[in-house]
Design a protein around this ligand. Structure first.
Ligand SMILES: [Zn+2]
Length: 57
């Protein structure tokens, strides 16, 4: 079974950090406040209820 890597990202609205799974330890994360229709990404809900998206570059 593959070990899931995770990384902490800060919410763009309140700065609260959330932990997101990443596909590769070398991947670069790009945080976006809106969803785009391309690339690998994950949706994050911060503890304050904000939603943002993290893209893997
Ligand atoms: Zn937030």
């Amino acid at each position: 079974m593959q070990v899931q890597e995770t990384e902490e990202v800060a919410c763009p609205k309140c700065g609260e950090t959330s932990t997101v799974p990443i596909p590769d330890a070398d991947v670069e994360l790009k945080i976006s406040p809106y969803v785009a229709a391309f690339g690998d990404h994950t949706k994050v809900d911060c503890s304050d209820g904000h939603t943002f998206w993290v893209y893997y570059c």
